[in-house]
Write a protein of this length. Structure first.
Length: 130
């Protein structure tokens, strides 16, 4: 008995032979999906870099304020005085020494910097025993 091909089996066989490669539409859709994914990764990387740089600036400002406070404490009660310094990176250091009250002088060290258009401030306080 010989197999008789029906019109439907002929069409299915022809489609099966023709579907061995990707169509242009499938390739374009895949390219769009990959492009959107890569753009998302690039955007996330840019945001991470921006946050990392902001953290570095903040750490540098806090370190400067700590150093200034340590210098004021090391200078002692009689030599400590107010002042201001502008340093590289747009950081402004300000420090103030209060009057002597009951053998103690309050000291503040402040570091200010701009971060994405916002003014950021780090304030450290201490006391000098006279």
């Amino acid at each position: 008995m010989r197999f008789q091909a029906t019109p439907r089996s002929i069409v299915l066989r022809a489609l099966g032979r023709r579907r061995r490669a990707f169509t242009v539409v499938e390739v374009l859709v895949a390219l769009v999906v990959v492009t959107v994914g890569l753009l998302g990764v690039a955007g996330a990387s840019a945001m991470a870099l921006k946050a990392s740089n902001a953290a570095l600036r903040e750490r540098a400002a806090i370190t400067r304020a700590r150093t200034r406070l340590a210098l004021l404490v090391a200078a002692g009660c009689t030599n400590a005085s107010d002042g201001e310094v502008r340093v590289a990176g747009g950081v402004v250091e300000r420090w103030s020494v209060g009057p002597t009250l009951a053998g103690v002088r309050l000291v503040e060290a402040r570091a200010q910097w701009d971060d994405a258009g916002r003014r950021r401030v780090s304030l450290l306080s201490g006391a000098l025993l006279c």
